[in-house]
Design a protein around this ligand. Structure first.
Ligand code: ADP
Ligand code: MG
Length: 257
């Protein structure tokens, strides 16, 4: 069996305010999960916590990956284990091309495996990058662009997907941080996920938008409200959401409380 990301009874606070209130979720390699929910329900808090953002304080519960306690590790260690976070490097880096950036990312990894590593030979790197760009149907000129410098929403996503293709994570967490996610960016992400998806890749797609699920077909759909997953199901749950929105869940919650 492949590696799994296991979130167990996770409670998280930001500025001493409790945001996540007992989240349970397991994502296995080879599975696509969608986490949906209204704005402010805690979706990004979950992804930030998985990756180790310092502002998010875990007050209870666990995040385990492949049997390892992720909460004990630094962000880059988490990433080296094979957990990929789509918005790891959202900032513009002047003077660094997409290709340079990706080569540095690969070399940093190789160095951890072997301190004497001299880095990936350029011809090998070029071959790898071209192979991945072709797989993703990307124009080769993209590799020469300066990272995030004047990138559209779609181009930022393209850079992230290419990074994901090259790093080959076991689990990818893709948080569609709402603003600026135009239809182009949405397509890039969903095409990318669909092309990269295989038995060794597990994906947690986090989105506020139901329309995302017109492009990505998750096997599992979870709905977060008020810091908890209140409903889980198969793809049919996304259809119910499309028809009925979130209100029926709010009512159901109120009925239970
Ligand atoms: P979602 O991604 O579902 O829209 P978030 O996780 O971004 O939800 O936010 C959930 C709640 O946590 C909101 O009330 C938000 O204001 C608060 N929150 C999240 N991150 C921070 C932060 N860094 N600083 C202060 N409040 C935050
Ligand atoms: Mg969010």
């Amino acid at each position: 069996m492949g590696a799994a990301l296991e979130i167990r009874n996770l409670h998280v606070s930001v500025n001493n305010q409790s945001i996540l209130k007992g989240v349970n979720l397991i994502v296995q390699q080879g599975e696509i999960h969608a986490l949906m929910g209204p704005n402010g329900s805690g979706k990004s808090t979950l992804s930030n916590t998985i990756m180790g953002h310092p502002a998010y304080e875990v007050t209870a519960g666990q995040v385990i990956f492949d049997g390892v306690d992720l909460l004990e590790l630094e962000t880059d260690e988490r990433s080296r284990l094979g957990v990929f976070m789509a918005f790891q490097y959202p900032v513009a880096i002047p003077g660094v091309t997409v290709a340079n950036f990706l080569r540095n990312a690969i070399n940093a990894r190789r160095k951890v495996a072997n301190v004497d590593d001299k880095g990936i030979p350029i011809p090998q790197f070029r071959k790898l990058m071209i192979e991945k760009m072709d797989m993703l149907h990307m124009d080769h000129t993209f590799a020469g662009r300066y990272l995030n410098d004047g990138f559209s929403g779609g181009e930022k996503k393209r850079a992230e997907i290419l990074q994901m293709a090259i790093l080959e994570p076991k689990i990818a967490v893709m948080d569609e941080t709402d603003s600026g996610l135009d239809i182009d960016a949405l397509r890039v992400v969903s095409d990318g996920v669909n092309r990269l998806y295989n038995a060794d890749l597990g994906v947690l797609v986090i989105t506020h938008y139901q329309r995302m699920l017109n492009y990505i077909r998750p096997q599992f759909v979870h709905i977060m409200m008020n810091g908890q997953i209140v409903e889980s199901g198969g793809p049919e749950l996304a259809l119910t959401l499309e028809e009925r929105g979130y209100d029926w869940l709010r009512e159901k919650q109120n009925g239970e409380n």
